[in-house]
Design a protein around this ligand. Structure first.
Ligand SMILES: [Zn+2]
Length: 123
């Protein structure tokens, strides 16, 4: 199972403590759908990370869960806006985007054409 799906499951389990009830319900159903699709093998990493980054509390918690040792490096300082959750890599052919959450793993190749992914602009 992809790291992002595991991350989504863990964050989803803590939604009630991270968000006001009305936000938590909407995020819960959106995450639930993405987790289900991820379990079926669909590529859901990008929508999961976009959803988590949309809420500052979720972004902070996701960064902690993804990499407790280094999360300070990827959590934006107070007042910063829209910093990436994790380093972003892109296929040079423009058909794949990958967020490198677990830095202890190698960056994969593009699943579509096998190209080596290149560091991209912050997503
Ligand atoms: Zn590609």
């Amino acid at each position: 199972m992809a790291d992002e799906v595991e991350l989504a499951e863990r964050v989803r389990g803590e939604l009630a403590t991270l968000l006001p009830a009305e936000d938590a319900a909407a995020v819960d159903s959106a995450l639930g759908e993405l987790i289900e699709r991820g379990r079926r093998g669909e590529p859901v990493a990008t929508p999961i990370l976009k959803l988590l980054r949309a809420h500052p509390e979720l972004r902070r918690r996701a960064a902690e869960l993804a990499d407790p040792a280094t999360h300070r490096a990827v959590v934006p300082p107070p007042g910063a806006r829209q910093l990436p959750l994790a380093p972003r890599y892109v296929c040079p052919n423009g058909d794949y985007e990958y967020f490198h959450i677990n830095v202890s793993r190698a960056v994969p190749r593009c699943p579509h054409d096998g190209a080596e992914l290149l560091p991209g602009d912050p997503g």
